[in-house]
Design a protein around this ligand. Sequence first.
Ligand SMILES: [Zn+2]
Length: 125
Amino acid sequence: MANPRMSDDELTTARQILNEVRNGISETTKGDQKFGFALRRYVYKKLSYDERGSPAHRAKLKKLKLIEQKGQCAYHRCPVPGKKLSKDDEPELDRRDAIKGYTSENTEIVHHGCHRQSQVDKGFQ
Ligand SMILES: [Zn+2]
């Protein structure tokens, strides 16, 4: 499923929020480049965690899915289905529906290459 697109009204609201955040950072840092850099990074990181969960959350979920799937890749067209997932294969969590986030019910673990192909299948690139 491709990510949903925003309506024109939603996009206008999103741009207003982005401008408010930019203005807030600018007014707060008063030209301090170092503080501005750190503040933008902090806001960016925290907003990404709102969508993806923290790295610790995803690492815990990845371990859980590895055990649950007995080390097997879940991608239905996996070119190496018998090859167990390991740290060398860069196993990755694939969300069935991106909006539903990184939950046990909404993810499966796959090879890095299979994840890339799965994204293509779903219309992401
Ligand atoms: Zn695979």
